[in-house]
Write a protein that binds this ligand. Structure first.
Ligand code: PGA
Length: 219
């Protein structure tokens, strides 16, 4: 099983998001080799979750995720999206992305609370770590290693280095381990052919639906 996670970050208005999904679905239906051994998780911004959930509801291997979650339960927390509010729309949530850690000063304490919230409402957290020094929380089943220098720079990390970090992270053998950082259709395959890299977290290159499909098709 290989995971393909699209992280759209703060991109796409309603019209653009719907167009992405329409183009993606049309192409996806013509792809006989995208079978159930590939798990696709699309993480759009919040305003696109409901329409996309409707559009993807009949696709067995396509799931939705958020890019963040509130560390609080629901209540008087202006501007927050609590796990309980979106648990019916998503199956996954990216937590602790390096952009959250750096631009929004997210701490391990907040990340742990977000993981707890996700778990409480049946959402599977995808924990992002920047290097072997970031904390791995024991309840997390999916870890995405994303070195900051590789995110959005066009400089992807070699699969050998990715695997050496995987070792240093001392993950449980059952942990799903992903790589992210400047993955595109030309470099995706080198990661996907490694047994111990269980998939990819893709930012920029996932914004274009046909490129995202070509990445999925590259193994
Ligand atoms: P990138 O982003 O693919 O644009 O480098 C990856 C990520 O930040 O998840």
């Amino acid at each position: 099983m290989k995971y393909f996670i699209a992280n759209w970050k703060a991109n796409k208005n309603l019209k653009e998001g719907l167009l992405w999904a329409k183009i993606f679905i049309k192409k996806f239906k013509q792809q006989p080799n995208i079978n159930l051994s590939k798990k696709i998780i699309i993480c759009p911004p919040y305003h696109l979750l409901y329409p996309l959930a409707k559009m993807f509801k009949n696709f067995k291997n396509i799931f939705l995720g958020t890019q963040n979650l509130s560390s609080f339960d629901n209540g008087s927390f202006t501007g927050e999206i609590a796990a309980v509010m979106i648990k019916d729309l998503v199956q996954y949530s990216i937590i602790g992305h390096s952009e959250r850690r750096s631009y929004f000063s997210e701490t391990d304490d907040q990340i742990e609370k977000k993981i707890t919230q996700a778990k409480k409402y049946g959402i599977e957290p995808i924990l992002c770590v920047r290097d072997e020094k970031d904390k791995i929380f024991p309840q997390v089943k999916i870890v995405a290693y994303e070195p900051t220098y590789a995110i959005g720079t066009g400089v992807n990390e070699s699969p050998e280095k990715v695997l050496s970090i995987r070792k240093k992270l001392k993950l449980k053998p059952t942990t799903i381990f992903l790589y992210g950082g400047s993955v595109n259709e030309n470099n995706a395959r080198q990661y996907l052919i490694r047994e111990k890299i269980n998939g990819l977290l893709i930012g920029n290159a996932s914004l274009e639906p046909l490129q995202f499909i070509r990445i999925i098709n590259s193994c």
